[in-house]
Design a protein around this ligand. Structure first.
Ligand code: C2E
Ligand code: CA
Ligand code: CA
Length: 278
């Protein structure tokens, strides 16, 4: 009925996910209206040096705390947040929390990475917000904030992404291309997007030490990143063998369960304290 030669399939699984989405939307609305630090905790996952596992940074990852205290992961509510526009206040909250913790841990870690959705990026108020937050935290060098963007999510957006990213970079903030390798035009993006960092997607990182094809792809991408002057972070490192293979291939920064899952800030603070004393 949607015309043309399109056919849409509506199955049971989708019906459940639509219901989930509606429920998620309601929860999110309530969470944003509540005490955000309680209802929308921002957790941190270590980013480490490949050679020795030393923590050099962290990725901020949003969570939602339901009324019964249970923790809900972002995949359950980020899509609804994007659709409804609630991603804008949500993203602002994440940035505020990330910068607050960067101030707290400024002597312990180098940087914090924050995910930014295309909808946020398209918002005319985004750059002024960023500039205000940086001005409010003068002890933080802006290059210690990294914004992670996804290439697939930006496809088809009418916004002049490149221009917006250049403006953000002029503030000194760094840009990371997230989930690299999962999109449809990765090389086009590498050519057009002024990114400082590429984050190699978990799907071709996990198990690379026992997969010659994965390993070749990783090596080529690392070479490409390096020749473009970008640094690379491999995501989803779960095994020591992969850590060693990535280090040997010249990937300097790693992230994954092997080094730590996303954790509440108190726990992360304790982790970096321990690791800097060691
Ligand atoms: P992402 O940006 O690719 O974040 C990495 C995800 O991989 C996180 O899931 C993390 O917990 C998971 N991960 C890290 N290491 C490993 C590993 O070794 N093995 C496995 N299996 N998984 C690993 P999480 O926290 O559930 O986040 C999912 C996605 O939600 C993120 O994917 C990101 O796209 C989105 N997201 C999270 N926080 C935010 C936010 O504040 N704003 C926006 N716009 N999106 C967010
Ligand atoms: Ca990310
Ligand atoms: Ca990612």
């Amino acid at each position: 009925r949607s015309g043309g030669n399109r056919m849409k399939i509506f199955n049971e699984q989708m019906r459940v996910s639509v219901q989930e989405r509606i429920a998620g939307e309601k929860l999110l609305r309530e969470a944003l209206a509540g005490n955000r630090e309680e209802t929308l905790p921002v957790w941190f996952q270590p980013i480490v040096r490949a050679e020795n596992g030393e923590i050099v940074g962290a990725e901020a990852l949003i969570r939602m705390r339901a009324a019964d205290g249970s923790i809900i992961g972002p995949n359950q509510f980020i899509p609804a947040a994007e659709e409804t526009g609630m991603i804008v206040p949500l993203g602002e909250h994440v940035l505020i929390m990330a910068l607050r913790h960067l101030v707290e841990w400024r002597h312990d870690i180098g940087y914090i990475s924050v995910n930014v959705s295309p909808r946020q990026l398209a918002e005319p108020d985004f750059v002024p917000l960023l500039a205000d937050l940086l001005a409010a935290n003068p002890e933080i060098d802006p290059k210690r904030l990294v914004l992670e963007i996804t290439e697939t999510a930006l496809l088809g957006s009418s916004l002049d992404v490149r221009e917006r990213l250049e403006t953000i970079k002029s503030l000194g903030v760094r840009i990371a291309l997230d989930d690299f390798g999962t999109g449809y035009s990765s090389l086009t993006w590498l050519q057009n997007i002024p990114a400082d960092v590429v984050k190699l997607d978990r799907s071709f990182v996990a198990g690379l030490s026992s997969d010659a094809r994965k390993s070749s792809i990783i090596q080529a991408v690392l070479w490409l990143a390096k020749s473009l002057g970008m640094s690379a972070v491999a995501e989803g490192v779960e095994e020591e063998a992969d850590q060693h293979a990535l280090h040997a291939a010249g990937c300097e920064l790693l992230q994954g369960y092997l080094f730590g899952k996303p954790m509440p800030p108190v726990e992360f603070g304790e982790r970096v304290q321990r690791s800097s004393m060691a």
